[in-house]
Design a protein around this ligand. Structure first.
Ligand code: SF4
Length: 126
């Protein structure tokens, strides 16, 4: 099986070109089926270093909601995603939580941060 040849749909714009991405004998990446240069860049990155924006929810203590949605502020290398999700689902932050609060910095040394996408108010004891 040729692991260096992949079929994929370019998601860089709504056209959704069907790409065939492969590695030539000299090691260069060949992209076919693209209608523009962005497809070449997308196909190359998907073959060599695929990335995704990660969304999840994080436990909140003393909050009016028990969880807060979070996302990475940039696409993260797929290799780091399982470790990130494992960390996220084993941590908890205390309310109050502000929108856009940085929860994790420099994930895997990539410079990508994990931020909250909603605020959570604190439950106040009476
Ligand atoms: S190759 Fe270009 S035209 Fe085709 S989906 Fe990607 S960005 Fe859009």
């Amino acid at each position: 099986m040729d692991n260096t040849k992949r079929e994929m749909v370019c998601i860089a714009c709504p056209v959704g070109c069907h790409l065939t991405v492969s590695t030539a004998e000299d090691g260069s990446v060949v992209v076919e089926g693209n209608r523009c240069q962005r497809g070449v860049e997308y196909g190359r990155e998907e073959l060599l270093a695929p990335k995704r924006v990660v969304t999840a929810t994080l436990a909140v203590s003393r909050g009016k909601s028990p969880r807060v949605p979070v996302k990475t502020d940039a696409p993260l290398l797929k290799a780091f995603i399982p470790g990130l999700l494992d960390q996220v689902y084993n941590m908890e932050i205390a309310a109050p939580v502000a929108l856009g609060m940085v929860v994790l910095e420099n994930i895997g040394g990539t410079g990508v941060r994990l931020v909250t996408t909603r605020s959570v108010l604190e439950v106040r004891a009476i």
